[in-house]
Write a protein that binds this ligand. Structure first.
Ligand SMILES: NC(=O)c1ccc[n+]([C@@H]2O[C@H](COP(=O)([O-])OP(=O)(O)OC[C@H]3O[C@@H](n4cnc5c(N)ncnc54)[C@H](O)[C@@H]3O)[C@@H](O)[C@H]2O)c1
Length: 365
């Protein structure tokens, strides 16, 4: 067996059927599928179909509710605090960003804090919702602890991603969508699926040795005997402390504004090792550009900034300079035609899922 390229609609149908069999109502399943397929279409293999099983397993284990029931805890014209009641994180986040966009149209800027949520997938999906309405958007989420603070060896916080997007005068928006650690868990899982080593400098043991075996690292973070390094890497020399600071900024936005837990209370296990919800927090911001400046002028300046980067002198041997979101945008133009790459191990997971959930769908493998 090897990698097979599966039509997008087939993958979408498979994911929707599996989610619905797990009890996710069809309209919510469509939202989850849209977030997951956006990841695959943008070439972010770590957070697309490869992650579906994790959500199905969470539902099966009773730590994530298939039916999303969001409660508004507190609300003002420009803010809200939502409680996600451990529903589907993608649906909770979609609704939160939708609310931020609606409010920002009135107030110019709106922020929504979320507590008791679950994994939201790619952070960048939600700023893009704002970008599609000619607005700027930001999204932040905390995550299970897997990253060390500078000079530490305990994994104390998650890969805490940041999403920031604005429209430009091009089809390609500016979209910075990144973990605040060098590597992120999903990428480690991809290395494991592809039976490849992770690069040196991404993760350490408690003795400070680099870990390169992805399977060893995944187990090590759970048992606190190894961890990922923040952006910038080990120590201060290459500015690991700045990545550490950014990660804590995300932790503060996600936990403090929502009054939710942080660090090891997001691990998904109680003190006796019993599985419990991850209890994640998120923070979403929408900014209506027209409250500041004409939208077309904003887009033109944003486009000029991007073009000035791309047109600047290249490092020896490099042909091209990119701006954030550009590589993913380019893939999004190609992948719908070629199909979603599904490697050997993912083919097996999909076949097992079809069998377990008795799904009526045919796959080309
Ligand atoms: N939900 C979670 O808990 C969680 C946690 C961590 C990461 N994630 C998601 O994982 C995904 C991947 O994260 P990542 O940190 O591995 O991303 P990455 O390192 O692949 O890319 C990060 C950013 O850099 C940009 N980029 C890439 N190459 C570039 C270049 N040469 N020049 C300029 N910009 C460039 C990309 O467009 C992207 O915006 C993201 O979608 C993120 O939201 C989710």
């Amino acid at each position: 067996m090897s990698t097979i390229y599966v039509p997008v609609d087939t993958i979408k149908k498979f994911m929707s059927l599996a989610l619905q069999k797990s009890g996710v109502p069809e309209p919510d399943a469509e939202i989850v599928v849209d977030v997951l397929i956006s990841s695959d279409l943008r070439g972010i293999e770590s957070h697309g179909i490869g992650r579906l099983k994790m959500y199905l397993d969470f539902i099966k284990a009773g730590v994530q509710n298939p039916v999303t029931d969001i409660q508004i805890v507190k609300e003002t014209p420009g803010t809200a605090l939502l409680d996600g009641n451990f529903g589907m994180g993608h649906v909770i986040s979609y609704r939160a960003m939708e609310l931020a966009i609606k409010k920002a149209k009135q107030t110019g800027i709106a922020a929504i804090a979320v507590r008791n949520s679950t994994h939201l997938g790619i952070c960048g999906y939600y700023p893009l919702m704002a970008v599609k309405q000619s607005m700027a958007g930001l999204a932040f989420t905390n995550a299970r602890p897997s990253v060390v603070p500078t000079f530490g060896v305990d994994p104390m916080f998650g890969t805490n991603p940041i999403g920031f997007g604005v429209p430009t005068d091009e089809d390609c928006p500016f979209l910075l969508d990144m973990a605040t650690s060098i590597g992120q868990r999903g990428k480690i899982e991809v290395f494991e699926r592809e039976k490849k080593n992770i690069p040196e400098g991404w993760a350490i043991t408690r003795d400070g040795e680099y870990i390169t075996d992805p399977g060893e690292l995944i187990k090590a973070t759970v048992h606190k005997v190894g961890a990922l390094l923040p952006l910038g890497g080990l120590g201060e020399e290459t500015s690991g402390h700045k990545g550490y600071g950014l990660a804590l900024m995300v932790e503060i936005l996600s936990s403090c504004f929502s009054g939710g837990p942080f660090g090891w209370d997001l691990s998904g296990f109680d003190k006796n090792g019993k599985k419990i919800p991850n209890r994640l927090g998120h923070f979403f911001i929408a900014i209506d550009i027209s409250h500041f400046i004409e939208v077309e002028r904003f887009k033109k300046i944003a486009g000029d900034i991007a073009r000035s980067m791309r047109n600047s002198a290249k490092y020896p041997g490099e042909k091209r300079i990119y701006t954030a979101g550009e590589k993913e945008f380019l893939k999004e133009q190609k992948i719908p035609q070629s199909g979603i790459p599904v490697n050997d191990s993912l083919q097996k997971v999909i076949k097992d899922t079809i069998r377990e959930y008795q799904l009526e769908i045919k796959m080309p493998f």
